[in-house]
Design a protein around this ligand. Structure first.
Ligand code: ATP
Ligand code: MG
Length: 141
């Protein structure tokens, strides 16, 4: 699936993304610095109804939010591996635990630890078209 969006249409695209995502839980977001990974992930959180952050994201690679779905409270992880040195550090930081926990995991800079992702990870590619517009591609599962 592929979409083009601006900040005006980002929430519509986020809704379409979740529809296309089906039962997938782990998403690896590829794209240059400033492409719009964090911005789009925030839109994905917003349309799922996630509001505040939990824990102490400042010092960790992992931001944990909670998601109310079907009457249950589920953890929902937003990770940014940019500052990660290697896959060993990913394991120590709990990144692998999160990836295999069955929770939603939205991960920026997956290139920093490509070997740790589950086989059914959906890959997302975001690129800049111009200052306002981005193109996003979600791989099939
Ligand atoms: N359509 C758009 N989608 C996303 N971001 C946009 C869009 N149009 C403009 N922007 C702007 O582009 C910037 C994207 O920054 P963002 O932090 O989301 O990028 P990133 O890919 O997460 O970068 P990094 O690799 O540094 O984490 C923001 O300043 C945002 O306001
Ligand atoms: Mg970012």
């Amino acid at each position: 699936m592929e979409w083009e969006f601006s900040l005006e249409t980002i929430h519509d695209t986020a809704r379409a993304f979740w529809e296309a995502a089906g039962q997938s839980r782990v998403f690896a977001f590829h794209g240059d610095m400033g492409a719009g990974k964090t911005t789009f992930i925030h839109a994905l959180c917003a349309v799922k109804g996630i509001k505040g952050s939990v824990g102490s994201p400042t010092f960790s690679l992992i931001n944990e939010y909670s998601l109310e779905e079907n009457g249950k409270t589920l953890p929902f992880y937003h990770m940014d591996l940019y500052r990660l040195k290697d896959e060993e550090e990913a394991a120590r930081a709990g990144v692998e635990d999160a990836l295999y926990s069955g929770a939603y995991c939205l991960v920026e800079w997956p290139e920093k630890a490509p070997g740790i992702f589950p086989d059914d990870t959906r890959h997302v590619y975001i690129r800049l078209i111009d200052t306002k517009n981005r193109r996003l591609r979600l791989t099939e599962n």
